[in-house]
Design a protein around this ligand. Structure first.
Ligand SMILES: CC(C)(COP(=O)(O)OP(=O)(O)OC[C@H]1O[C@@H](n2cnc3c(N)ncnc32)[C@H](O)[C@@H]1OP(=O)(O)O)[C@@H](O)C(=O)NCCC(=O)NCCS
Length: 168
């Protein structure tokens, strides 16, 4: 992708230096990387989501997969079904590599997704697990609000909390 395509170029701070990431749709190989990043991270470990399951949805062309790249390294991914909930986009998964967390990449990825869908949708949805308060805090800071709760949905005693943001 040409570097001049600056809609896809974003900056974050790592070790006090400004660094660049490029976000765009994942290649076929990056869809495999996305599946492995998701399967090997919390909350999916606790939820019991296997690599097989992650591969199924990451390789499914109904899902859009976006990758954030730091040089040649994939440092973050998100998987979105464009009509996943009530015909509106639904974020299935987002993960940033553990060495890149809390540097603004998650916020940048979500901003990218909102911009991507703004022309075609007023709404954006996602779920967050009740035992993942840090991710929920990030989403709430970005304007997402709880609109539902699925109790005992995957794990007994835990909920999947449905969040919504109006993006236009
Ligand atoms: C959630 C996540 C995608 C956010 O990406 P990020 O690049 O770390 O986010 P940003 O730098 O834009 O924002 C930082 C905020 O993300 C959240 N966050 C950071 N590390 C986190 C982690 N390990 N787990 C969950 N949330 C985390 C916190 O709210 C953090 O704010 P704080 O540093 O003030 O506590 C990323 O941390 C991650 O991949 N976490 C593990 C997987 C996960 O929980 N995915 C969400 C499933 S719904």
């Amino acid at each position: 992708m040409p570097l001049a395509d600056c809609q896809n170029v974003f900056f974050f701070k790592k070790n006090s230096f400004m660094q660049q990431i490029i976000i765009s749709e994942a290649s076929d190989e990056e869809r495999y990387i996305a599946a492995s990043m998701i399967a090997s991270s919390e909350p999916w470990i606790t939820l019991g989501t296997t690599l097989d399951t992650c591969l199924k949805f990451c390789l499914d062309r109904e899902y859009l997969v976006f990758a954030a790249r730091f040089g040649s390294e994939v440092c973050g991914v998100m998987v979105i079904h464009p009509r996943g909930l009530a015909s509106s986009p639904y974020l299935k998964s987002i993960v940033v590599g553990s060495n890149f967390r809390s540097m603004g990449i998650g916020k940048t990825l979500l901003g990218y997704a909102e911009e991507y869908f703004r022309k075609t949708s007023k709404h954006f949805f996602m779920c967050v697990s009740s035992f993942n308060p840090r991710a929920r805090a990030l989403y709430e800071r970005l304007g997402y609000a709880k609109v539902g709760e699925f109790e005992d949905y995957i794990l007994d005693g835990e909920s999947e909390i449905l969040l919504h943001k109006r993006i236009r």
